[in-house]
Design a protein around this ligand. Structure first.
Ligand code: UT7
Length: 325
């Protein structure tokens, strides 16, 4: 049997209709459009309505990706959903998606690696396909982060938004295309600098409610250092140099983090994909939403080298190099 690789055959995204602008936030906490725009780079974010759950966004994005791939839902072998905000811990979001899209022959599993979850899920899918165990896997990242925000805490509530993105990954025998290399990293020593207390079996008496808690400055420093390191490693692991990269999609957490990475890696602005101004930080969904928009905008052509690079709570970080088919 020839070596198998995994190529992206479809992309999709789903964003709630409701928009929350910086002007809206000015009425809720002591902040300003100027501060948010300058310090973070966000103008507005989307917010799920009551009754619009993570699984709904995930299923919408998955349907889009399936339609583009042309692969019938019955031929999907596995559904992986990265999320930090599942509808419920069980049933998993992936099972709800499986039901919604009629992927009657698929297994289904949620992946928990915070904002890096899309890379972790893609890596899992890649190894399933490479090994010959599976042919078609849907990888989704879906988040309703606004369900975990303290709307009186200006340090966090201005940063995040809701959304979902999806890709269909399919087996191919075309050597040198699709996923070329991957890096997955973690450092639990820094577990405390970004967390969602009271979201599991542990009770945190010091925190009322289930709200994102972040030591922003520390997270910022780690994000820049770790994403630079990971992108450098993954490109080398693919046998390439940074100059070979045609499109770089970084996690969209802060425009200043993105700019710092671009400077350190010497990636020119036209090769750096940025859409944080429209959606804020949608946690693990930033990468597949951005990828879907890059495809819609015609920014990827066959043979292009794409690098995905993410960072998040855990700490976790990871990167992937892909040759576009
Ligand atoms: O996706 C997971 C990974 N997450 C991230 O990567 C986020 C990483 N961190 C960051 O993006 C930035 O650290 C933040 C955006 C969270 C904060 O930006 P910063 O430049 O690090 O600000 P800071 O925390 O040092 O605060 C600077 C000032 C403070 O006021 P003083 O003490 O200088 O008077 C804050 O109280 O800005 C103030 N501030 C605000 N002012 C207006 C903090 N939040 C706000 C706000 N509006 N929303």
């Amino acid at each position: 049997m020839k070596d198998l690789t995994a190529v992206i055959t479809g992309v999709g995204k789903a964003l709630p209709e409701k928009r929350l602008t910086n002007a809206d936030l000015e009425k809720m906490v002591e902040t300003s459009d100027e501060w948010i725009s300058k310090r973070v780079g966000i103008k507005e974010r989307r917010m799920a309505e009551d009754g619009e759950w993570t699984s709904h966004l995930a299923a919408r994005a998955a349907r889009d990706a399936l339609a583009m791939s042309g692969i019938p839902a019955e031929q999907i072998d596995l559904i992986l959903v990265s999320t930090t905000t599942p509808d419920t811990l069980y049933p998993s979001v992936s099972c709800l998606v499986q039901r919604a899209i009629g992927a009657v022959n698929a297994g289904a599993m949620d992946v928990a690696a915070a904002c890096t979850g899309f890379i972790y899920a893609m890596g899992t899918a890649w190894s399933m396909i490479r090994s010959g165990l599976m042919k078609n896997v849907i990888v989704i990242a879906a988040e309703v982060v606004t369900s975990s925000l303290d709307w009186t805490d200006r340090d966090t509530c201005v940063l995040f938004g809701d959304g979902a993105g999806a890709v269909v990954l399919s087996a191919s025998e075309q050597e040198g295309t699709g996923i070329l290399a991957m890096r997955l990293r973690a450092d639990g020593t820094y577990a405390d600098i970004l967390k969602l207390p009271n979201s599991g079996s542990r009770v945190f008496p010091e925190y009322a409610g289930r709200f994102v808690k972040m030591q922003g400055n520390d997270v910022f420093r780690h994000a820049v250092r770790d994403m630079v390191e990971c992108a450098t490693d993954v490109v080398a692991a693919a046998g390439l140099t940074l100059a070979d990269v045609d499109l770089f999609i970084p996690h969209q957490a802060n425009i200043r983090i993105i700019d710092a990475i671009a400077t350190r890696l010497n990636v020119p602005p036209e090769k750096m994909f940025v859409n944080i101004e429209n959606y804020g930080n949608t946690s693990s969904a930033t990468l597949p939403i951005a990828l879907c928009e890059a495809v819609e905008q015609g920014r990827l052509k066959p043979g292009d080298i794409l690098v995905l690079d993410a960072f998040g709570a855990g700490l976790t970080w990871g990167a992937m190099a892909i040759r576009w088919k």
